[in-house]
Design a protein around this ligand. Structure first.
Ligand code: AMP
Ligand code: MG
Length: 401
């Protein structure tokens, strides 16, 4: 039997074999949540003109001693810039308007007493030079790089795209993912009654949710029986149509575990099999003839999810151009037992202490087949191999569901 591969090496081997998924142009209306694959520079100065930031009157301040002005015009938001030629006059302005030429101060409406066209400043108000004006270019200058490749397009990024005229944008292509559940014992979610020995297939739904939660929403769900010929036939078709295959089950060394053999016969090159971890030891990963990524995860539901969090999701995120980030971190709230030879992944509930530290309370499950308690957890922590339990207060890597 092959030697167990340490967790970090398994991660490195997967990261070293990522295929390029390419890019595509999408409309700004389809861009939210996607990963940007181009730089976006400022179309022009922002604000593009000296911008009035209060409703009120614009004046030429001079030495600041004048208290009474006559309204000479109106400058509303969206109007071309007007000008004020005479310091005894003022121009009515609204928020967002171009500052009229000849003006260098805005007095808010609340500080003006208006009588017809006569405006008098309230007694206590002393206007200051350039007050209530956003200067042209104070936000950014034309040509400044505002967005860089690899940024996830969230609300602030969408605002910047729109403000800079980016109606189309180049983003990472989202790979087509096929999720394949293996096992003769698997029944459909809606099958009733269930025969003795049958269980409903649940891994595929869980894996699809994990993928969709990270923006990988081109997901197909299917299943194969424990049969070498049938497995080979289905996987052959999926390799032709999908860039990523995620299998669950059939990857151990039992007499009905046909997945590695079927994949090898289809030219999928094994990159790793069996990792020094618990749960998730049987995991297999390989690269297909057209650089398809094949993640063959163990069938036990906790194992399948742990391997998805630790290997599948980070690899796909890196492949679409997101920066390779460190895992989240948390501090153990209570001791957790690991293993001298294996990296252990322990489900945890996460909360914050009074100083904002992320605390993880272990909620161990009895076995890797027992997943009913997972809904009350937030993810898993990673405990490196150790002969002694990890003490409360230990800093650990945290992978959230
Ligand atoms: P295997 O890795 O195929 O040996 O399966 C290990 C355990 O996981 C067995 O008890 C299977 O019944 C169970 N299992 C396999 N696939 C699924 C699935 N899609 N949903 C739920 N349990 C599964
Ligand atoms: Mg099986």
């Amino acid at each position: 039997m092959s030697e167990l591969i340490p967790v970090n090496e398994a991660e490195q081997r997967i990261r070293a074999s990522l295929p390029p998924f390419g890019t595509e142009q999408v409309s700004i209306d389809q861009a939210a949540g996607r990963v940007l694959r181009q730089a976006v520079c400022a179309e022009r100065d922002q604000p593009p003109f000296d911008r009035v930031m209060m409703d009120g009157v614009a004046i030429a301040l001079g030495d600041g001693s004048r208290r009474v002005f006559t309204v000479r015009g109106r400058q509303l938001a969206g109007m071309r810039g007007q000008s004020l030629d005479d310091p005894s006059g003022c121009i009515e302005v609204t928020t967002g308007a171009v500052l009229p030429a000849g003006c260098d101060c805005v007095v808010p409406i609340e500080q003006c007493r208006r009588d017809g066209e006569r405006v008098e400043l309230v007694a206590a108000w002393q206007p200051q030079p350039r007050q209530f004006i956003h200067p042209q270019g104070s936000d950014c200058r034309e040509g400044d790089e505002l967005l860089a490749p690899g940024m996830r397009l969230r609300a602030p990024e969408l605002a910047v795209l729109a403000a800079n005229g980016m109606d189309r944008v180049e983003v990472a292509r989202v790979p087509a993912v096929a999720i394949v559940a293996t096992g003769d014992e698997l029944a459909e979610v809606d099958q009733r009654p269930l025969a003795e020995g049958q269980i409903r297939r649940s891994n595929d739904r869980a894996l699809a949710a994990a993928l969709r939660g990270r923006g990988f929403d081109d997901v197909l769900l299917t299943r194969v029986p424990d049969d070498l010929a049938a497995t080979t036939q289905v996987l052959s078709g999926l390799l032709a149509s999908h860039q990523v295959l995620v299998l669950s089950g059939g990857v151990s060394v039992g007499q009905r575990d046909f997945v590695p053999e079927a994949l090898r016969s289809l030219g999928v090159e094994q990159v790793l099999h069996r990792i020094a971890q618990r749960p998730g030891k049987p995991m297999w990963f390989g690269i297909g003839p057209q650089q398809q990524m094949v993640f063959a995860l163990p069938g036990n539901p906790v194992s399948a999810l742990v391997c998805a969090l630790r290997y599948l999701l980070p690899a796909l995120e890196q492949a679409i151009g997101l920066p390779v980030g460190d895992a989240g971190k948390a501090v153990l709230a209570s001791p957790a037992a690991g293993s001298p030879m294996l990296t252990c992944f322990i489900p945890v509930r996460v909360h914050h202490d009074d100083s904002g530290r992320v605390l993880a309370t272990p909620v161990p499950v009895p076995t890797s087949g027992d997943f009913s308690g997972l809904p009350h957890t937030d993810g898993v922590v990673e405990l490196p191999p150790s002969g002694t339990p990890a003490a409360a207060g230990t800093l650990v890597s945290l992978y959230r569901w």
